[in-house]
Design a protein. Structure first.
Length: 456
């Protein structure tokens, strides 16, 4: 065994994963597992591979065995905490994150995951102070500092100190900006290209170009707009499999974009459709419908409809300023080219709205289904019945109880998805009105939903 080599492969895998190269990361973790054997980094590598393959029970066994042999292994505690929180075991997950931080103070960013396991209350003695103290930890990396600011902000929000919360959310955004900027003008130009390329003529040809397979249900929208809740609702149906956030169309869409008009030819579209259906088939081979909850598929709704004209596209809408505020308070994968605050987020939101208005007018109403978060939380049953019917499914009462869904949830909404449908996130912006800064520009959309009529 070569544990030092295993550690090198494991750390290389963690680094390339942070850069967004998932397949390369998994390859590194396999090398760590192969070279490390039963040593700690070998076991950690094996656990990361199993997690990437959704073999979660096996991964949990490996992590628990690792901790039985090496109870001071902070990374194992952290990985186990993430796995437990995905399945709703929040109390034990909190203990794992706390132990990880105590053993390795440079993992202080794990406070972000700890505070998202439940609401912080006045009974959490000293937690806010401990997190504020952790900001001064010598050698704390920017990525950990960012997550720590977000954790303090979330705790302050739970405790009702919105001024302190926004101070830390803004600080987190400043850390993000230090690692790169977002080009809003370039993004707007790309949206113009998408709108111009997805003409009514192209959509009129769609039935003859793509595969009329009705199994895909794509749930799209801005992040933090209710996409996780909608997937939990739909995937409670016994005939539905949940795919989570698949990166397929982000990759295929970029290729389609490069090809220009050649990307609208039948061979390209047929291959894209068949490849995608194979991916869904591996996820849930016996399901009548399979969900794909990648929010950023809002960019590729036109391509998806042309490739799969019988697929259901469910667009989740939420009041703009509430959505933007929630984005500002959330940690996203560092490889994601996406603004989380300031004028850039406002500009991104405006470009998104422009593209959605195009899809709304150009796509068939029975394929482009819209769900309003505010209406869903106000009157769950009629809205949920409409969603299920629009997906071509017979009614099933289990869909009224998304909080009972046993599947793993990997989005930041882990704790919220385990609660019955609630309305406390509606009009949250009012608590932050004095500190909205550039996001104030979205207040025009705060009293009514984005332009357009719901078609669900």
């Amino acid at each position: 065994m070569l544990p030092s080599l295993a550690e090198a492969w494991f750390r290389a895998g963690s680094l390339v994963y942070e850069l967004g190269h998932r397949d390369e990361a998994i390859a590194c973790f396999r090398r760590a597992a192969a070279s490390g054997g039963k040593a700690s980094f070998g076991r950690l590598g094996k656990a990361r591979v199993l997690l990437s393959e959704d073999r979660n029970q096996e991964a949990e066994l490996v992590l628990r065995k690792t901790l039985a042999l090496d109870p001071k292994n902070a990374m194992a505690h952290d990985l186990l905490g993430h796995l437990l929180s995905e399945y709703g075991s929040f109390d034990e997950a909190r203990q794992c994150f706390q132990l990880a931080i105590e053993i390795a103070p440079l993992l202080a960013g794990s406070y972000y995951d700890l505070v998202r396991c439940r609401r912080v209350t006045s009974e959490d003695d000293g937690l806010l102070q401990r997190m504020e103290t952790a900001l001064a930890t010598p050698g704390l990396e920017a990525a950990q500092r960012l997550r720590l600011h977000l954790a303090i902000g979330k705790a302050a929000d739970d405790l009702g100190d919105y001024a302190l919360a926004m101070q830390h959310f803004d600080a987190a955004d400043a850390v993000r900006r230090g690692s790169g900027s977002f080009d809003s003008a370039a993004f707007s130009i790309e949206i113009d290209r998408l709108i111009a390329g997805c003409s009514p003529e192209l959509f009129a040809r769609a039935p003859g170009l793509g595969s009329c397979d009705a199994s895909p249900v794509l749930i799209i929208g801005m992040p933090r707009s209710g996409t996780t809740l909608v997937e939990q609702i739909i995937s409670m149906h016994p005939e539905v499999g949940a795919g989570g956030e698949l990166n397929f169309w982000n990759e295929r869409g970029a290729e389609w974009h490069r090809l220009g008009s050649a990307g609208n030819e039948t061979p390209f579209l047929a291959k894209a459709a068949n490849d995608y259906l194979r991916v869904l088939g591996r996820i849930a081979p016996k399901a009548a419908r399979v969900t794909d909850k990648m929010p950023f598929n809002f960019l590729w709704a036109g391509l998806i409809h042309v490739a799969l004209p019988c697929a259901s596209i469910v667009h989740c809408r939420r009041t703009a300023v509430d959505t933007a505020l929630s984005i500002h308070q959330t940690h996203f994968h560092p490889s994601l080219a996406f603004p989380t605050g300031g004028p850039e987020l406002v500009a991104y939101f405006r470009s998104y709205q422009r593209l959605i208005e195009h899809w709304r007018s150009a796509l068939p109403a029975d394929r482009f289904i819209e769900v309003d978060y505010e209406e869903l939380t106000r009157s769950p049953e009629p809205v949920i019945r409409g969603i299920i019917a629009a997906c071509g499914l017979a009614w099933h009462s289990a869909c009224l109880h998304p909080e009972s869904n046993p599947r793993a949830v990997r989005t930041p909404s882990k704790w919220q998805t385990r609660q019955p449908i609630y309305r406390t996130s509606v009009a949250r912006w009012r608590r932050y009105e004095p500190w909205l800064g550039p996001l104030r520009a979205l207040l025009d959309d705060s009293t009514e939903l984005d332009a357009g009529t719901t078609r669900s």
